[in-house]
Design a protein around this ligand. Sequence first.
Ligand code: ATP
Ligand code: MG
Length: 335
Amino acid sequence: SEPVLEIRKLSVDYGLGDEAVHAVREVDLTLHRGEVLGLAGESGSGKSTLAYGLTRLLPPPGVVSGGEVIHHPVDGPPVDVLSLSPARLRAYRWAETSIVFQGAMNSLNPVHRISTQLLDVIRAHEPGMSAPARRARAAELLRLVGISADRLDAYPHQLSGGMRQRVMIGMALALEPQVVIMDEPTTALDVVMQRQILAQLAELRERLGFAVLFITHDLSLLVEFSDRIAIMYGGRIVEQAPAAELYAAPLHPYTDGLLHSFPALRGPRRELTGIPGSPPDLRAMPAGCAFHPRCPRVVEPCATRLPPLGPPADPPGGRRAVACWRHPVAEGAGR
Ligand code: ATP
Ligand code: MG
């Protein structure tokens, strides 16, 4: 299907010059219309940095140091997101791509009713709408995320964490964006909630047709709810595949390690081995493949040469890509 968001060679640094931490490195990622794309990787792999970089919401000292982000609206020419003026960017943000931050459920203002906060978003973008129409729209958005409209005038503290998170999703959907980015917290305690939210987003996606970039460290959730999965390590995408293929036959040893870090959902039980060692220090990245010091299947070039990301020659994978010397990229694949 056609792309809605194309990320090309995106790099993000924190700080400048010799002190810079290269948190995201030359990431190529395409989000297709209406798909759920999962992004997984251990803490510190650069997932949030990628999301903030592509929406230009990086906190200082974060800077996009290279690459392109192209958004394809339903109609009209492609938009180069990284060169939008501040005014165009504000309009773009809720209307075309909206983001639900890590910890968003705590970002509702405690002193204002839910209705006030939803109405603010609607009013900012649809100043011509009458007050009753706005209120009806706010109630509809709550119902959409499974909250009964009589909670519209509740205060945030009167709602559970899961409900607050769903209010944030309702806000993100207020202007019917084509892309919703959801950055989830990394605490294991939230897994039950993450699962409810992801199930609901996937269902809403069926009805409304937006694409989702869902970020989590929990690969098991993604296997269940996403169409495709991208795996990040040390700021780079190391594997990308349709969810079922990635689960059935991971190609990158890091993906394999992540899959063995949680209990199997169905089918034969996997032995839980986890991944020994710890994520790389971004200030002192190992040469070659960043994963090689932890990799159980190192071969000759791994310690010295960076493997390119591309479709593997064996098994021939049309919609897959991997960056691993064990799976050489198909000849003529371009990348
Ligand atoms: P988590 O799963 O914990 O949310 P993540 O994959 O989202 O992790 P990021 O938050 O994007 O990871 O961080 C990527 C790297 O960038 C980390 O090594 C982090 O230490 C570094 N980093 C993040 N923010 C800053 C900052 N303000 N200054 C310097 N380094 C930063
Ligand atoms: Mg994060």
